[in-house]
Write a protein that binds this ligand. Sequence first.
Ligand code: NAD
Length: 431
Amino acid sequence: MDRRSDISGFHELPPKKRLELVKSFADLTKEEAKLLEKTGALDGITADMMIENVVGTTELPFGIATNFLINGKDYLIPMVIEEPSVVAAASFAAKLARPAGGFTTTSTDPIMIGQVQLVNVKNPDKAARDIVSKKQEIIDYANEVDPCVLVKFGGGLKDIETRVISTPTGKMVIVHLLVDCRDAMGANAVNTLAETLAPTFENISGGKARLKIISNLADRRIARARAVWKKEVLEQAAKGAFRGDDIVNGIIEAWAFAFSDPYRAATHNKGIMNGIDAVVMATGNDWRAIEAGAHAYASIKGRYSPLTKYSKDKNGDLVGEIEIPAVVGLVGGATKTHPVAKVAVKILGVKSANELGEVIASVGLAQNFAALRALSTEGLQKGHMRLHARNIAVMAGAAGKEIDTIAAQMVEEKKIRVDRAKEILEDIKRK
Ligand code: NAD
């Protein structure tokens, strides 16, 4: 099969047919495809090894966003999420970005920061300077011992920085370990290294090392994505309801609103995380880690801000950009233990944590574009309501074909409520 992600009519196919296409796109084996098809793919023994006090497992839908072209390569994007419309919106945004070449991305080295907190230091400024003056020795020692086994994968401790901070309990020296984690998200690895080096910092500073832990504000591990949405493409997709330049202006004004108002920025970024978290969940990564990093990064300039930026190029087309801390890995955590996460990574076809970070940045940008386009033109609810109505119909007890019939009627009547769904269901049953 042609490895293209713009599979026309994908959303209209039954799940079995969609899975066949994904299987062929990603060369999945029969067994791998079966894992996605059958419920309960995470067996009790594996689950019991993953966390404590396990009594069972739960499940969420696993969808595929289509149309993603990133740096000239086609991707099918696995997304695990309970919210309707997210997968459709991401696929739609990626489709509209294709005529201008899709997404282009870059990223920094995968550097995470480990923090060692030193308290009771008599001369904090001197201690901070002393630690920095001995940093090469400490780096050489750390990479020689390599307690978190990163050096052999091309990573390891790269640099040491210090900060002196004033706190409610007095001054502290904070040591930052800049660790290249390669394909690991790195929390366990960095924590191990911080614990290993803490006595060295105690010796140099004469203070006591308390916390030794990774920082989720991963501002040295950044993924960036950019896409252009041509105004003619936007106009065409709006089927004449809106002018292309009006859509472009609407999206830029929506971004400007978020730029200047944290109440809006919070929701703007929530929309970005709809896409990012869904891929992070599908690949077995830690979504609290990426969430914490994203929101802290959004505040890094002292004011909570949007993670994306929109402008117009010389043709009047829309340029979207995103910058996020890419706190994700391909080894460690559940990425290598959860059977479905492994299949998700295979479908994505990413070969490094950096590539995964760039993919999630692209998905976050796509998701945000889709939300802003809908919000600044026809409003969110129009597209959302049919899916929402289906959920309401299921809540009212509908099954099979009844679901779509009831949903369609509620959308038509603009009354999407469980009580109305129950009435229609009773009508259907009576007939
Ligand atoms: P890990 O320790 O399970 O795996 C990382 C290890 O994999 C490395 O130390 C290395 O030895 C090995 N490895 C094999 N191939 C590698 C390669 N190509 N590149 C790099 N390393 C390679 O996991 P981790 O990534 O250190 O930690 C992630 C876990 O930590 C997640 O489960 C997360 O939930 C958890 N965690 C997060 C936080 C936080 O975000 N604040 C805190 C504590 C723990």
